[in-house]
Write a protein that binds this ligand. Structure first.
Ligand code: GAL
Length: 711
């Protein structure tokens, strides 16, 4: 029996290995519905408007006799829309089934009369107190078994049937009442959907159901989760426990079980949003759009799964207590945040906006310093340059009480005086008016820029899988993402984040760092892409697992060895105090996090070799020609990203493409006929702006925290 059990497992393993190699993904497909979202959300926004500006206002937090003054002032400053209601459920449904929309009607009316449009939200992060007290099972349960209680937000169980029934009612009421209001331009569902892990009984049940739908039989699940390892196999789906990382550290649990829980959690969060979108869609005018505002750096959620929404926006707080580039950069924030958010969220549906942009000091970071003078304006221009259709800020008034008392607004504690961030918003609003006058609807991307267009292949599942078993505590997937963004953007290339399903052909270049989970279809697609002329750049930790998160029963990273023209012999990582060395050309680079040691095949060129450790002289970076294109494998993560920067620049140059030489922290983007440069560094930087160009705003050399715009 034992023997045959093992045999079954083995058979299932082989079966799933093959299936994992040939199908696109084993994650369940989103549920089918008759509803279809708008195909091209660009039609919601006039291109000639470039970027619109808006600001959050909370009527329920201020006395009614101030609403008119505040909303009129918002309009006077040049904002065109406001944002209401994401936390107002207690006011909208003060008793079970009894709705009160009078106050919201009034606020919407005042805003409309002031000439403002409105983004209306569903209030689902904040259940009212009556619901919390009567039905405590609507809350999520954390990994220690503690159920959340009333008093905070964003802590409900998205899988709770009861909660979803209440959500359906309030969203229906809102849709019916405001879905035809001409002044409501769009809807934000919930707020910053984070996909918190939930261990409540409802999540437990939903997880079992999700697994059953995915695997069909318990044997298939055992095969993927490796139930033979430490006898962790199940006999029935109802025995399955959510893998609990507070009881067992993540690397002690089945990594495949943990990966599935992450997939489930992201999916459950996305379906919670999708369901709300489907309800709204029944009642709203097709001119109103539906979105949500994901955090710009989102680890647990997968924004692409909320695919019933028209487009996805992001929230952005660049300054949060860190000092990314040293010096004064703690007042400017991470240079990669806005850049990556623009490129990531815009790529999902072709449209994005920044829903919350930090207006000044915040209250929630461990340390909340003053911002560098002018940086809010620079962030706005950075958001503009990356294609945002609007920039909205949290919040208009500085709170006088409540949890976020130390949070800046557009106006200060007196409710009328512009803050420094407020003044910078006004400056950007005025400048946008000028840019609109200069807008040329026939402008197309200059050939020189289009020639370096780069696809960044990204799958949130790789992030999860890499973080589950890091293998070295130095590993940080997001840092690696920033390194590749920095290297690509140093060339002045436009960048889109794409998925395996997308067409690779519009991109002369593609980077896919640490693309750990692969299948045969992807390797074939990469090969076709390169043969037709694409330049593919892969990094360490690519191609070592199938989509189930299993290694291949073959040599290390076997499915990609013929593509990259090299064998990954083994990998290494270093302990504190030891520095790895790599030599490329005349330059020496250091590394300590990860190194794949490579043996090139015939015809493959070595671009860098290890310069110390027992494998000194072995290849660290290889490149080869394949058909009309090239494949490059960068086997190490260098300490400051310098190696990646040098190699990537070389590949672009070899492909005959003209590139810029922008230092880390400086970006130049082209949008609608305008060039926009921004500088997150501590030094002024001279950009190569052609003599015949006209600078519209700003100066060259470009000072820290400044933006320059030219045509
Ligand atoms: C965001 C959140 C807002 C507000 C803000 C404060 O993450 O969505 O509601 O709390 O932080 O900075």
């Amino acid at each position: 029996m034992f023997k045959s059990g093992l045999q079954i497992l083995k058979f299932a393993f082989v079966f799933l290995f093959v299936a994992g190699c040939s199908s696109n993904s084993n994650t369940p497909q989103p549920k089918k519905s008759n509803f279809s979202k708008v195909k091209n959300p660009q039609h919601f926004f006039k291109k000639a408007d470039l970027m619109q500006f808006g600001v959050y206002y909370y009527p329920e937090q201020w006395t009614q006799n101030q609403w008119e003054r505040d909303l009129k002032n918002i309009k006077k400053l040049g904002f065109t829309f406001t944002h209401f209601g994401e936390f107002a459920w207690g006011f909208l449904e003060p008793e079970e089934g009894k709705f009160d929309f009078k106050w919201l009607d009034k606020a919407i009316d005042i805003a409309s009369k002031a000439g403002l449009k409105i983004i209306l939200c569903t209030p689902t992060p904040c259940p009212p107190v009556w619901m919390a007290k009567k039905y405590p099972d609507i809350y999520l349960v954390d990994e220690r078994g503690r159920r959340r209680v009333f008093g905070d937000r964003a802590d409900i169980s998205v899988t709770s049937k009861r909660y979803n029934a209440f959500v359906k009612k309030i969203v229906t009421e809102l849709g019916k009442r405001y879905g035809r209001n001409k002044n409501i331009i769009g809807w934000q569902i919930d707020n910053e959907p984070n996909a918190f892990p939930d261990y409540s009984p409802s999540a437990q049940k939903a997880f079992q159901k999700w697994l059953k739908e995915k695997y069909g039989t318990i044997d298939s699940l055992n095969a993927v989760w490796d139930g033979a390892f430490w006898s962790t196999m199940y006999q029935r789906f109802d025995q399955i426990e959510i893998p609990n990382t507070s009881v067992y550290t993540e690397d002690k649990l089945s990594p495949q079980a943990v990966l599935d829980f992450k997939r489930f959690t992201a999916d459950a969060q996305a379906q919670f949003l999708n369901r709300q979108a489907e309800i709204l869609r029944k009642y709203i005018d097709p001119r109103q759009w539906i979105t949500t505002n994901y955090c710009n750096v989102t680890y647990d959620a997968d924004p692409r799964l909320s695919d019933k929404l028209d487009f996805i926006t992001y929230t952005m707080y660049p300054v949060s207590g860190r000092n990314p580039l040293g010096g004064q950069s703690f007042r400017m924030g991470s240079p990669y945040r806005i850049e990556e958010a623009n490129d990531y969220f815009r790529s999902i549906d072709g449209v994005t906006g920044v829903m919350e942009l930090q207006p000044g000091q915040v209250n929630w970071a461990p340390i909340n310093p003053q911002l560098f003078p002018g940086v809010v304006h620079m962030w706005l221009m950075h958001a503009f340059s990356g294609g945002c259709s609007f920039a909205c800020t949290y919040r208009y008034r500085h709170p006088l009480s409540g949890s976020e008392m130390y949070h800046d607004g557009i106006v200060g504690t007196d409710g009328v005086t512009l803050s420094s961030g407020g003044k910078q918003f006004v400056k950007a609003i005025r400048e946008m008016d000028t840019l609109r006058q200069l807008y040329n609807s026939t402008a197309t991307m200059p050939h020189e820029i289009a020639a370096r267009k780069t696809a960044f292949l990204w799958n949130q599942e790789n992030l999860w899988d890499l973080e589950i078993q890091k293998q070295t505590s130095y590993w940080n997937t997001w840092r690696l993402r920033n390194i590749y963004t920095a290297a690509v953007k140093s060339t002045g290339a436009p960048m889109d984040f794409v998925t395996e399903k997308d067409d690779f052909s519009p991109y002369p270049f593609m980077v896919a760092p640490a693309y750990q989970l692969i299948n045969k279809a992807l390797v074939e697609k990469w090969t076709r892409y390169v043969k037709k002329g694409g330049n593919l750049i892969l990094s360490c930790r690519t191609g070592v697992k199938n989509k189930n998160g299993h290694f291949f029963e073959a040599k290390w990273a076997a499915p990609i060895t013929s593509l990259i023209g090299a064998q990954v012999d083994f990998f290494d990582m270093l302990v504190p105090g030891v520095t790895g060395k790599i030599v490329s050309g005349k330059k020496m680079f250091s590394w300590h996090t990860w190194a794949d040691i490579l043996s090139p095949k015939k015809g493959t060129e070595v671009l860098a070799t290890y310069a110390n450790q027992f494998y000194k002289g072995k290849a660290a970076v290889v490149t080869r020609k394949l058909g009309k294109g090239t494949v490059t494998y960068i086997g190490a993560e260098s300490n400051n990203g310098e190696l990646e920067r040098q190699i990537i620049r070389l590949i672009y140059q070899r492909a005959g493409v003209k590139i810029e030489d922008l230092p880390p922290g400086v970006f130049v983007n082209w949008r609608d006929g305008f060039y926009v440069g921004v500088n997150y560094t501590n030094h002024a930087v001279k950009l190569s702006i052609p003599k015949e160009s006209k600078i519209i705003f700003g100066k060259n050399p470009l000072k820290p925290a400044n933006a320059v715009i030219w045509k």
